[in-house]
Design a protein around this ligand. Sequence first.
Ligand code: ADP
Ligand code: MG
Ligand code: ZN
Length: 439
Amino acid sequence: MEYEFVLGLEVHLQLNTKTKIFCWCKNDPFYAKEPNINVCPVCLGLPGALPVLNKEAVNKSQQMAAALNSEVQGKIIFERKNYFYPDLPKGYQITCPHYPIGKAGAVDLTYFYDDKSSEKNHIIRLREVHLEEDTAKSMHKNDKTYIDFNKSGVPLLEIVSEPDIRSVDDAVEFCKEIQRIARTLEVSEADMEKGNMRLEANVSVRVKGDTKLPDYRVELKNINSYGFMKKAVSYELRRQVLVLENGEKLHQETRGFNESTGETFVQRSKEEADDYRYFPEPDIPPFEFDLGETRNITTLLPELPKKMRADLQKDGLNTQYVNILLENSELRRKYKELISAGYSSSESAKCVINVSKYKGLSADKIINEEKSKSSSLLESDNDLSPIIDAVLKENPEAVEDVKKGNENAIKFLIGNVMRRTSGKADPRKTSKLIRKKLS
Ligand code: ADP
Ligand code: MG
Ligand code: ZN
């Protein structure tokens, strides 16, 4: 039998508003120097504290929804989603799933494929885009649990896809395109390492040709990198196909992924749907927008990745260069400057990409590779050591994670050293030194 993969994604983006969603506390969870400094009665969830909706959060959500071809709604109603969790002491999360920011929508991934025939449909439909508050963060150390409320009340945009995704490649590309759109609009850093972009995947399989949705789905939570997603989702597919081939049934459940064994494991089985007892938030009135207002949002959007991509492709650049330029507005500006100064598109692209010290996901990689070839590298232990010491001191959490064997944490530390040295540190050397210092 041939099987087909049915996957729906939920992408969470922390919006980069100046203040939190329902109070005036600074929205700065990643860079805050200490835990629990950006807090007040509202975001601590003290009884009787009154939330006030942040207009910037709504505006940025509406822009993002419009850019995702979602229908920006004329009415938003916030509700309480009731559940108990230590990082949510008030016992409910304020969210708007039933009267969301945007309904429907689509992310078109056709550009990712050479074969553009209509048979291969890579348009991923969206179900909705809604806005909610982020929870606090719990940390477990020395048999104790600590809670940091700097993240509590950060505006979180949730983008929910239909289960239209049919391959792991499309899943990754779907998230990358959302990331590019968010960065283009400058509504979120959308950086998974900093936790301001987080993913949940819902996975099921069916016999190829079936049109009905499988009557179960497996939820994979806390996905914090594309590598993680690829491994976890691929494993889950193989596992589910084997179960079906054995003539057994699959169940609705939440599974985690163990990076060291490369396997998923049951965290929670879900016999029945969760009942969150939603009811309208009594302290926030419903919001209404007129049609003119919501239409205007779309017309005022800046140029989006789709259009930029088409233009860069017309310039004759290869996909790798196009993607680097798409991910980094600073590089794109430089590129355009060089073009208008009379350089050819390939000269301009090579130039800005190879000499750039700006950050940007895959740009960093390319740049580091370029740099490791050049002789201006900071290679000696004497040059690197004090910089690494400073970075380790400023990031005790990442240090703990490295000690626990988390490879992402070491990448994060190396990234920090790179930024401080404008990319001049030798990444291999840096990695070695960090490991040596921590062992
Ligand atoms: P809930 O209301 O419990 O959050 P939804 O039906 O809204 O569940 O779906 C949540 C996510 O799961 C969506 O992204 C959706 O695309 C995805 N999903 C729903 N059914 C399936 C399925 N059978 N297989 C894979 N993903 C699914
Ligand atoms: Mg959901
Ligand atoms: Zn607050």
